[in-house]
Design a protein around this ligand. Structure first.
Ligand SMILES: *[C@@H]1O[C@H](CO)[C@@H](O)[C@H](O)[C@H]1NC(C)=O
Ligand SMILES: *[C@@H]1O[C@H](CO)[C@@H](O)[C@H](O)[C@H]1NC(C)=O
Ligand SMILES: *[C@@H]1O[C@H](CO)[C@@H](O)[C@H](O)[C@H]1NC(C)=O
Ligand SMILES: *[C@@H]1O[C@H](CO)[C@@H](O)[C@H](O)[C@H]1NC(C)=O
Ligand SMILES: *[C@@H]1O[C@H](CO)[C@@H](O)[C@H](O)[C@H]1NC(C)=O
Length: 290
């Protein structure tokens, strides 16, 4: 049997002390001196800039340091802090990859790392974020396929999903099981292929869905969630057609082939070049039967 104080100690070591032990590896440069009160000799990090603890002071529950010009990378250990429900390190100069441990966190509600230089692939492990409400990874350098199981495996609480301005390719997920979704932004990636009717099937009709500036093709499925979007949310996909775009989908060529226009229009090709040239001497052509 653990005594109360032993129990507290184990909580303590997993939350607060653990946080103390990992942070030195996190930031290489801090030009604004935001982390000046991060004194590793403190008994607790709960009063440090950007750190919030639960009222019991035993668990670190959020790490919020946006716009801080921090240079460094995200250590794997941050992912092991069990009760850390909010991480916002957006608008810094963080590079390196996103540790898988960060995605395997059933209590994480907010993960915002927008506008850094984080690279690497987004693996299917992202489905481990089972309580996630806000995922903002926009304006980074993520590559590789958009995970196909991004959503069905537990993103039903996601309200905001911003992956815009990365280098993601591959197709849209076939099935997006996000009943709580309010905002999805995949703009300015390299996504290709068709927008399948299943993709938008469960997306609430009033959610904003920005798919602009990719390489999506074909007809936008006739779903309320998609047809209600602003035209600009589909712009920059040159082979996409159908509502809400003004561009109608052409009838497939197997049904009605367009007229063959590859022959030169004679009206232009046969105009004699007389300007700036002496008129040709009248040719004596033999008129008559050959
Ligand atoms: C991240 O940035 C630091 C500091 O500029 C640099 O030394 C390091 O090589 C970079 N790491 C990667 C993986 O780009
Ligand atoms: C994810 O977390 C569980 C327990 O919370 C652990 O058993 C598993 O090894 C973790 N997986 C990864 C890839 O970190
Ligand atoms: C994602 O983060 C960036 C940078 O903080 C912000 O500008 C953008 O509005 C965020 N996206 C959403 C959907 O909140
Ligand atoms: C989606 O992201 C792009 C690029 O980050 C941004 O310009 C655009 O305004 C966003 N769309 C919406 C609907 O917020
Ligand atoms: C169009 O006409 C050109 C020249 O007559 C011909 O070579 C070409 O095969 C035609 N294309 C189609 C699709 O019929």
């Amino acid at each position: 049997m653990m005594t109360n104080s032993e129990q507290y100690y184990s909580f303590w070591s997993f939350g607060v002390f653990f946080f103390l032990s990992l942070c030195p590896s996190f930031v290489l440069e801090d030009p604004l001196s935001i982390l000046d009160n991060w004194d590793y000799n403190d008994a607790t990090p709960c009063l440090w800039n950007g750190v919030t603890c639960a009222p019991d002071m035993f668990r670190v529950i959020s790490l919020v340091l946006p716009n801080s010009k921090l240079i460094g990378s995200i250590p794997e250990e941050i992912g092991f802090i069990q009760h850390l429900h909010t991480i916002d390190l957006s608008n810094n100069f963080l590079n390196g990859t996103l540790p898988v441990s960060l995605l395997n966190a059933s209590e994480r509600q907010v993960l915002s790392l927008s506008n850094n230089a984080i690279s690497g692939e987004l693996t299917e492990s992202i489905g481990g974020l089972k309580s996630l409400k806000v995922l903002n990874l926009s304006v980074n350098a993520f590559v590789g396929n958009l995970p196909q199981k991004l959503i069905p495996s537990g993103f039903q609480f996601v309200e905001v999903l911003d992956l815009s301005s990365n280098l993601l390719n591959g197709a849209l997920p076939d099935n997006f099981d996000g009943d709580s979704l309010k905002y999805l932004n995949f703009s300015s990636n390299k996504l290709s292929g068709l927008v399948s009717p299943q993709f938008a099937k469960k997306i609430p009709a009033n959610a904003a869905i920005d798919l602009s500036f990719n390489s999506l093709t074909g007809e936008i499925p006739k779903s309320i969630a998609l047809s209600n979007q602003k035209t600009e949310f589909f712009a920059g996909n040159k082979d996409l057609c159908g509502k809400p775009l003004k561009k109608l989908c052409t009838i497939p060529s197997t049904l009605s082939s367009p007229p063959n226009l590859t022959t030169n229009p004679p009206a232009i090709a046969d105009i004699p070049k007389e300007i700036n040239s002496t008129p040709l001497p009248e040719q004596k052509t033999v008129v008559g039967k050959v």
